[in-house]
Design a protein around this ligand. Structure first.
Ligand code: 5RP
Length: 292
């Protein structure tokens, strides 16, 4: 029998206090179900509504690229500073500590290597296996204008359907073919298609001119890829410009793990993303950490 001694028969129902309805901090995500929002909150810091995703999925088509030869040695020490890790299930199972308790964004498309036509990708992960791995989102490459455009869009919509069944957000990753012009017009087209067809958020590249029109025209959050390695000040400037023009974070790989000081760089990027730190100040912060 339950011990009821000392129970006080008094209740406060806060009759005069309307039940609160907290708003969800991510653009365009208000109508998503609880599970989907909860997963997104593992990716985007609820305090800022922004994210520093550490992208290390390059091996799925590039093999052991510079900086990712030994992910256990070079990447695991960076995990405390990332909001989210973006990787393949192979790396997750073989190398990532299961004690990592932030969001995992799982690379879910693949097929051709750098030796082949890159846009010929298929879905590479079953949603059931993604759920077994307790991931927070799946990522699919979308090749708008590419040779296999329709196939890659079909990969995306199939993952969106599977994700909606289980409450798993899909990140649409816009891949720009070498022959295509990387401008705001293309990015508007590609990101909007991903959002219209159901992605919860979209990754694209930053463009110098009119990037704010890309974020404005996309009804869900945008994160930017880092792209090829730049000098640290330039990479921090790019991240800063993207955030100031409406991006909700970065999904950055090479500009972090190929830096001379990756631990310092990811912390400097985090200051830019979450604290709006100006690039020069963030670069000084990077140098201070690097030389400590
Ligand atoms: C590869 C990817 C990468 O995750 C993405 O490009 C981010 O990495 P980086 O900052 O090195 O460009 O999607 O297809």
């Amino acid at each position: 029998m339950a011990d009821t001694d000392g129970n006080i028969d008094s209740h406060d129902y806060y009759i005069d206090t309307p039940q609160t309805a907290p708003t969800f901090p991510l653009k365009g995500c208000q109508s998503l179900d609880w599970g989907m929002k909860n997963r997104l909150a593992n990716i985007f810091d609820p305090k800022t509504g922004r994210t520093v995703m550490l992208a290390v999925d390059h091996g799925y088509f590039m093999g052991p690229t510079t900086g990712l030869e030994r992910i256990d040695v070079t990447i695991n020490p960076l995990l405390p500073y990332a909001n989210t890790l973006m990787c393949t299930r192979g790396i997750l199972r073989s190398t990532t500590p299961p004690t990592f308790n932030k969001g995992i964004v799982l690379r879910a498309s693949g097929g051709p290597s750098i030796l082949k036509e890159m846009s010929n990708e298929h879905i590479a992960v079953d949603m059931e296996d993604a759920l077994r791995l307790n991931i927070s989102a799946v990522a699919v490459q979308v090749f708008i204008g590419g040779e296999y455009e329709t196939q890659s869009v079909n990969n995306m919509t199939r993952l969106v359907d599977a994700g909606n069944r289980y409450g798993v957000p899909v990140l649409g990753v816009t891949a720009v073919g070498k022959q295509m012009v990387r401008d705001a017009k293309y990015m508007r087209l590609a990101t909007r298609i991903c959002a219209e067809l159901g992605c919860s958020y979209v990754k694209t590249y930053y463009v110098e001119k009119d990037f704010d029109t890309v974020t404005a025209a996309c009804p869900v959050p945008i994160v930017i890829a880092g792209g090829k390695k730049l000098p640290e000040l330039d990479a921090l400037t790019m991240a800063h410009n993207a955030i100031q023009q409406g991006a909700a974070g970065v999904d950055m790989g090479r500009n972090i793990f190929q830096s001379d000081a990756p631990t310092a760089m990811i912390q400097a990027v985090s200051k830019v993303v979450h604290e709006d730190m100006p690039p020069k100040e963030a670069f000084e912060y990077f140098e201070t950490l690097k030389n400590a």
